[in-house]
Design a protein around this ligand. Sequence first.
Ligand code: MG
Length: 168
Amino acid sequence: MPLFLPKKRFRRVTDIGYGYLKKNNIKALILDVDNTLSTHHSQTPYNGVDKWLREMESKGIKLLILSNSKKRRVEPFANLLKLDFLSLGCKPLPFGLIRAKRKLGFKAKETAMVGDQVFTDTIGANLCGIYTILLEPIKYEDGKSFKIRRKLEKRIIAKYERKHKNER
Ligand SMILES: [Mg+2]
């Protein structure tokens, strides 16, 4: 399986149902922040995120935030959502992801990385054998480097869609 392809795509984090996780034997989620749980740099959780998190926890899914951002951005947000966190995650390099997986206490294939970026979240998790769930960004970012990455991602997503077209 190519490193840049996610196992599964959803639109929003709140679209991930417990039934899907159970069916795929996923027991823990590593959660990205920017454009996954909130818009880029926002301290306000996206609609329904808090309720979704509490529902996952009530079903026994273990949750942890792993962000590439600094502690001062991640900590207040994680505290607000009452979640444990790791900042400066260095995704797509494996060590932050491996630390997160160890903290959660499950095997790599029982742990899913949930994020919106192929070049950090998906590639990093694939390098570690962690299950990959790719979301659509809540809101597209400004800035040249983001625009280039998002353009490349579109080609990868098209490839994913071709591969999975018979599943729907
Ligand atoms: Mg993100």
